[in-house]
Design a protein around this ligand. Sequence first.
Ligand code: CUA
Length: 163
Amino acid sequence: MVVSAAVGLILAATLYAALALHRNPPSNVERIDPKTLHLTGEFTEDNLGTRLEDGKIVTRIVATQFFFVPRCVVVPEGQPVTLRLSSPDVIHGILVTGTNVNTMVVPGYVSQVHTVFRTVGNLLMPCHEFCGLGHSQMLARVQVVPADQFHPDQLGRASCAAQ
Ligand code: CUA
């Protein structure tokens, strides 16, 4: 009886977290060639960072030994944001402090996270998977601005420097 109650309680808590709080493991299975990541396709340099695409906010980041490109991304508060990450070299991991963003970045795949940033300010985004000697130096910044201060340019791009 006690074990059944404990199992039932854990199952209920898991379902509540998944369905009501939307705390789900990233499950996007999307392949990409890590060798040509920076040469063609969506992860080329001028396509990185935050973009407004068909009314959706998409932020693309490359995680590489031992930094993120770009080092800072800007996102609006209280709006759905899709983060897309990829790695050309080894396995990295990212989390954004104070949010539910937490995923591995595995070469050969695109890691995708949907989230809504609820607090304005600069959030740290460190690498949390040991990826080599420079691992501890590997960190980026997510600049969350009020929605009325989020102004993409005519190409739909928004960057920290422009804010
Ligand atoms: Cu990248 Cu640790």
